[in-house]
Write a protein that binds this ligand. Structure first.
Ligand SMILES: NC(=O)c1ccc[n+]([C@@H]2O[C@H](COP(=O)([O-])OP(=O)(O)OC[C@H]3O[C@@H](n4cnc5c(N)ncnc54)[C@H](O)[C@@H]3O)[C@@H](O)[C@H]2O)c1
Length: 270
């Protein structure tokens, strides 16, 4: 990581699992970071970073935090399936504040979208980025809304976005599904660097998964234009995890796995 962004970068969700990884890695690489989260930042502040607690629902503060920033890495919000009413505030209204801030600053948004935008596609298929959303819950629906918000701001205001449909970004894969969906922290970090430093990105979609042999679900996307390809892989875990399946026909049929099963009340499988 030699090149540095010309302007500071705002990172939301900085106190969360992925936010902490990115704050450390990008801070160590010399990026000037403005970190924010509704929760306190639990680590030592990286060099060149400042942190301010804020609620994504507070649009005035979000506008102020984004002042002078060239990019917003938007990782804050509800990150798991929750009741609809809990998701609306952070993931819909909060996202609107992020895009309004980006419009005002002429900043780029890198949006932590999710594989749960397409969770109800069957695992036997291979999707291209432009295939239809099939969210597997209110959380996935909020991420699809986020991508559509980004499209709107690109078409209407020229605000660029990279939508990263993150699979499973954990220290290591923990079940058979993640032999496909695992996304290493290092691959994520390298993608963030390309998403910010690539000169023009328009409105790009990238599947956030490492180079896993089992990843046959997610195909064509915009990674080549960003000059990014994953370097890590879950394959070394196959021996240990291949048998770690749920045994549930809904979970195993669809890409979204356990999220498809939450509240599932359909009687037939057809
Ligand atoms: N980790 C993964 O595998 C994965 C997969 C798909 C998508 N994502 C997305 O990546 C992002 C980060 O994921 P994570 O695993 O670090 O989740 P996380 O829950 O650890 O982090 C989310 C952060 O958002 C903050 N937040 C929640 N509501 C807020 C509000 N109203 N105002 C300000 N901050 C608020 C939380 O305090 C938390 O620190 C999320 O948007 C998530 O949906 C993650």
């Amino acid at each position: 990581m030699t090149d540095l962004p010309a302007k500071p970068v705002l990172l939301t969700g900085a106190s969360g699992a992925l936010g902490r990884v990115l704050a450390r890695a990008l801070g160590e690489a010399g990026w000037r970071l403005v970190l924010t989260d509704i929760a306190p930042f639990p680590d030592a502040l990286p060099p060149g970073a400042r942190f301010e607690r804020a609620d994504l629902e507070d649009g005035v503060t979000i506008l102020r935090l984004a002042e002078g920033c060239g990019a917003i890495l938007h990782f804050g919000g509800v990150s798991v399936e929750r009741p609809f009413e809990e998701i609306i505030g952070p993931n819909l209204r909060g996202l609107y504040h992020i895009y309004e801030a980006a419009r005002r600053e002429r900043a780029r948004v890198v949006f932590a979208s999710s594989n749960h935008t397409v969770g109800f596609h069957e695992r036997a298929t291979t999707l291209a980025a432009e295939d239809p959303f099939r969210p597997d819950g209110y959380y996935g629906l909020s991420k699809a809304y986020g991508e559509l918000m980004g499209r709107l701001y690109w078409m209407k205001h020229g605000v660029e976005s990279v939508f990263v449909r993150i699979g499973s970004s954990l220290p290591e894969p923990v079940n058979a599904r993640m032999l496909a969906s695992y996304f290493s922290f290092a691959d994520l970090t390298r993608l963030m660097v390309r998403a910010v430093l690539t000169e023009r990105v328009g409105a790009s979609v990238v599947w956030g998964a490492s180079a896993n042999q089992a990843m046959t679900w997610w195909g064509a996307d915009d990674r080549a234009a960003l000059g990014w390809a994953p370097a890590d892989s879950a394959d070394g875990f196959a021996g240990r995890l291949a048998g770690k399946v749920s045994g549930d026909p809904v979970e195993e049929r669809y890409m979204g796995g356990a999220y498809c099963r939450i509240g599932y009340s359909r009687e037939e499988m057809a």
